[in-house]
Design a protein around this ligand. Structure first.
Ligand SMILES: Cc1ncc(COP(=O)(O)O)c(C=O)c1O
Length: 458
């Protein structure tokens, strides 16, 4: 070893050793993917203790210079900002959205029809926060087309999307310091909202069918939580859909603990969930939130909140203080699309597109990839011996961006992302087939190479 250990006055040895590793990387004598000598060898050659070396490697890992893989050693990390293959742009498969081209003809036509009516006056003035009667009836019909739910227009409030609905639920149904439960892997917006509301979020263990009732029961008891936020259909990120039995079990557990459920049903229409939502099975216990973001177009900031009468006043109060009025423009546009059937037609087109893109993903990763898939998102295991950080760095080097499991992890009590390394791939993000195909090819190629091929990819 030619590493120079030169602690400055008062500097601990482990820090000086981490500096020496950094200097070797800067000088190019250590390359991304290179394996470091064993800790024992480093200690013997530099005349320091093994525990100093262990701390130094921990420090180098914290700085992002190395990563350790259990059983295989410590490797020089690939820079996360690595460039895409020469001359090619990075392909973003991280944002869970819908391809615009599918929805465009339906919305172009609806916008033209709305303009031709010359009813700009519908958009003037402050609208009622829950939406006008006509707007609420349209949203109630859209909800009924989902199936398994009985939505009276009077029980509905319009929102500016599901995120807004969830924010209103936390504001209306919790107090700072409360415990709130959700899936162990959850949509990142829930974590942000929980932080803003000052509630303590606890994750419930899951299997391929969603929340595990036993763990839910245990955590309701342990935390005293009175609120659960979850999705029964096409959950983000795991793609899990609860079978009907699991839905009933989850509700029975919540009844036993007198806990309320906020059901985020945003993905149900796209994944063709033909089972009743939780709100259809127990309307007095479930607040139901959905929107158009994952079924028609993410920029259509229109959602719908269906709540038991006992919560409605509190929820409307929260909606007023957060957004003042209903999103009248989107609601008027959408009401016409529900009436003339173009909303359903657009949904069918998005479902067909999701099916086509899923088939492309399946052929890229093969049947043995054990990936879960729902609508436009895929939850792909990263096979051993990959560590999640190395996989993400390697994919960045290959010019493709995806979302790692740790972005969705609620707590690390159960081993966190390290115990279940996965990535979420957003199949709807690229606008065309060629970009998606190339993005999938880069992911499959980089993962197939295995971690030891990192230095050849970067
Ligand atoms: C599970 C889930 N809930 C809520 C949202 C936010 O939805 P909206 O765009 O309607 O606010 C998203 C968006 O990604 C989501 O995936």
């Amino acid at each position: 070893l030619r590493w120079k250990l030169a602690p400055s006055p008062g500097q601990p040895k482990y820090e000086a050793l981490a500096d020496a590793i950094a200097a070797e990387i800067t000088a190019g004598r250590l390359q991304p993917g290179d394996r470091l000598p064993t800790q024992r060898d480093i200690a013997a050659q530099l005349g320091v203790t093994i525990s100093t070396v262990t701390r130094a490697i921990g420090e180098a890992a914290r700085r992002g210079h190395v990563s350790a893989r259990t059983g295989s050693g410590t490797f020089v990390a690939v820079p996360v900002q690595a460039a895409a293959p020469a001359g090619q742009p990075t392909i973003d498969l991280s944002l869970n959205t819908l391809p615009d081209a599918v929805a465009k003809p339906y919305f172009d036509q609806a916008l033209a029809a709305l303009a031709a009516e010359r009813r700009a006056d519908l958009l003037f003035g402050y609208q009622p926060v829950a939406g006008s009667g006509g707007q609420r009836r349209a949203l109630a019909r859209w909800l009924e087309q989902r199936g398994g739910i009985d939505a009276g227009a009077e029980d509905i409030a319009l929102t500016h999307g599901t995120q807004h609905a969830l924010a209103a639920c936390l504001a209306a149904l919790t107090r700072p310091g409360d415990a709130v439960l959700c899936e162990r892997w959850t949509y990142t917006g829930i974590r942000r909202l929980a932080e803003a509301a000052g509630v303590r979020l606890t994750g419930i263990a899951m299997d391929a069918h969603g929340l595990l009732p036993e763990d839910l029961s245990a955590r309701l008891r342990a935390t005293g939580a009175k609120l659960l936020i979850c999705s029964a259909a096409g959950q983000n990120p795991t793609a899990a859909t609860m079978p009907i039995e699991r839905r009933r079990e989850i509700l029975a557990v919540c009844r036993a603990h007198d806990a309320l459920v906020v059901e985020d049903d945003i993905n149900a229409r796209l994944v063709s969930d033909d089972m009743p939502p939780l709100a259809g099975l127990d309307p007095q216990r479930v607040v139901h939130a959905s929107s158009l973001s994952k079924s028609l177009a993410s920029g259509m900031r229109l959602g719908v909140l269906l709540a038991p009468p006992a919560c409605q006043a509190r929820l409307r109060d929260a909606l007023v203080s957060q957004a003042w009025v209903a999103p009248a423009f989107y609601a008027e546009l959408f009401a016409r699309m529900v009436a003339d059937g173009s909303a359903e037609a657009c949904l069918r087109a998005q479902k067909a597109e999701a099916g086509r893109r899923q088939a492309m993903a399946r052929s890229s990763f093969g049947a043995d990839a054990a990936a879960e898939i729902a609508g436009f998102h895929l939850w792909l295991p990263v096979p051993p011996p990959w560590r999640i950080e190395d996989a993400i760095a390697s994919l960045a080097g290959a010019g493709v961006r995806v979302s790692p499991a740790n972005h969705f992890a609620v707590d690390d009590e159960q081993g966190g992302a390290a115990a279940a390394p996965r990535i979420r791939i957003a199949l709807g993000a690229p606008e065309d087939d060629a970009l998606l195909q190339e993005g999938l090819r880069r992911v499959a190629g980089a993962l197939r190479g295995g971690p030891l091929a990192m230095s050849t990819i970067a």
